[in-house]
Design a protein around this ligand. Structure first.
Ligand code: HEM
Length: 491
């Protein structure tokens, strides 16, 4: 009896699989892909690092594949040509993003980074591009970045004296979080500022929740169930975040009311800009307090881990490649010397440091796949991509593909330098602003990263200062990177 039941069950599964396969053929023009299983689709083919699994699937089924993750249809692209076709030629079609229960709960359903392409998104994009992340604002915030970098170097220095090793991961996260929370809220996490520290802790919890796998996001019949108990966690974090941000906003409103005209000048942060827009009855978009709270979360989560992880990977590669490290030290010695600390204004004269950053992005993009959702049906390479399909452009696998890169797994920053007589110039032909589809660390097109200019100011100077001030090596292989200090004079 049991045996018969097993056989019957197996037959049903097989029939369902054949049905699904035929329905793909019936549709005819979907990109190729493995046969899905009933209900779970292709989930069983994914390992813990999804970009690795997608690379393997693309090498078996082709550069553009179609998968079903539970009930969610998706396509994966893994060549620069397809990246261009999808993100440039069909930019508008793939201009949306998939929501998850975590995103909806935690960002008041008002996130900018996850909002559909429309008036609200355009309004914030304009404000971030031209105002708070524009050249003028970035110049105004230079003293903050300079002070934070010195503070960071000081902490690494002090801790390494006391403990002879430092958790660089943690310190880099504090550095990027301090910079962005001051640009956005004029708050600094110093350990004594409770509000800033509270925001930082909550943002870390939120970042973790965004990355967790929730079955309810992929199986429509689980949408209202909560097997993993996430809903309660989301509600708890949301309540604490809302209370904290409400307090920050209320304090700022009082400060604005009491401000005397011509009082002390302070660079306008994002919160000021949003409160101006909130009060402006003629503003092109009607904003709410929820929009402000969601935007703060959007920007802090988007800016913190990405910048810290890029610096950490660059450092890890330098430690593992002593010749590259020596060349970088040589460049800093020649251009900056040891009488002063390297500054952001030195970056254009440090082409090797910039090449190290690009090489780090190629091998370790902080966001390994660009994720979008289609708002309409499209034809790509002769295949039909239906509306509401999730798109993944696997920039991690493109960066390691031997068809586009010589010695793809080697860390060779020289590939980004072009000899020009005796000097080397930054390889302008390979910039990272989303025009060269072999290297897309910040994405491409209208939804590309608005923080690129800020990140590219922070990264070279942070890395150069770490090289200038300390000698680096790994002291414990169980941690990502630790430093052993031997401080030089500038810091
Ligand atoms: C090394 C640092 C960073 C990397 C590698 C990075 C990478 C990315 C990528 C790949 C995207 C998706 C782009 C696309 O879909 O085409 C993105 C979006 C975004 N990034 Fe960054 N980012 C970094 C730093 C920052 C910073 C410093 C900020 C804020 C100041 C920021 C804010 C955002 C926002 C708000 C979005 C969503 C944009 C939208 O949906 O329109 N990022 N970033």
């Amino acid at each position: 009896m049991v045996f018969e039941l097993v056989i019957a069950g197996f037959a049903i599964l097989l029939l369902a699989a054949v049905f699904i396969k035929n329905s793909r053929r019936g549709n005819g023009s979907l990109p190729p892909g493995p046969t899905p299983l009933p209900i779970i689709g292709h989930f069983h083919l994914l390992g813990p690092l999804i970009h690795h699994s997608f690379r393997d699937l693309c090498s078996s089924y082709g550069p553009l594949i179609y998968l079903r993750l539970g009930s969610v249809p998706c396509v994966v692209a893994s060549t620069p040509e397809l990246a261009k076709e999808l993100l440039k030629t069909n930019d508008l079609t793939f201009s949306s993003r998939k929501h998850s229960l975590a995103i909806d709960h935690l960002t008041y359903s008002s996130s900018f980074a996850f909002s559909p392409y429309g008036p609200y998104w355009r309004f914030i994009k304009k404000m971030s591009t031209f105002e708070f992340l524009g050249n003028r604002a970035l110049n105004q915030f230079l003293p903050i970045r300079r002070k934070e970098l010195r503070e960071f170097l000081g902490v690494v220095h002090d801790k390494s004296r006391v403990c002879d090793s430092v958790n660089v991961t943690e310190e880099l996260l504090k550095l990027s979080s301090n910079i962005i929370s001051q640009i956005i809220l004029s708050l600094r996490c110093s350990g004594t500022d409770n509000e800033a520290e509270g925001v930082r802790t909550l943002v870390r919890e939120v970042t973790q929740m965004f990355g967790e796998f929730n079955v309810s996001d992929f199986f429509w019949f689980c949408r209202n169930l909560d097997f993993q108990g996430y809903r309660k966690k989301f509600e708890d974090v949301h309540r604490r975040y809302d209370a904290l941000l409400e307090k920050v906003i209320r304090n700022r409103e009082i400060e604005r009311k009491n401000k005397s005209p011509g009082g002390e000048y302070k660079a306008r942060d994002l919160l000021d800009m949003m409160l101006d827009a909130l009060e402006d009855k003629s503003s092109e978009v009607e904003l709410t307090r929820e929009h402000i709270k969601a935007l703060v979360l959007d920007f802090i989560t988007a800016a913190t881990d990405t910048t810290a992880s890029a610096t950490e990977w660059a450092l890890a590669e330098l430690i593992n490649n002593p010749k590259v490290l020596a060349k970088a030290q040589q460049e800093i010695d020649t251009v900056v010397g040891n009488k002063r600390l390297v500054e952001e204004s030195d970056s254009p004269n440090l082409p090797y440091i910039q090449a190290i950053i690009k090489e780090t992005f190629r091998l370790h993009p902080p966001i390994p796949m660009i994720a979008r959702k289609s708002i309409q049906e499209s034809k790509i390479n002769g295949y039909t991509i239906p509306q509401d399909t999730l798109l993944f452009v696997n920039i991690w696998s493109i960066g390691r593909d031997s068809r586009y890169w010589k010695n793809p797994l080697e860390f060779e920053p020289e590939r980004f330098l072009k000899p020009d007589g005796d000097t080397v110039q930054p390889a302008s032909a390979m910039d990272i602003k989303g025009q060269h589809y072999e290297l897309l660390p910040f994405g491409s097109g209208r939804r590309s990263c608005p923080g690129i200019a800020l990140a590219m100011l922070e990264l070279p100077v942070t890395l150069a200062a770490m090289i200038q001030c300390f000698e680096w090596n790994v002291v414990d292989s169980s941690d990502a990177v630790k430093s052993q200090r031997q401080c030089c004079s500038p810091c």
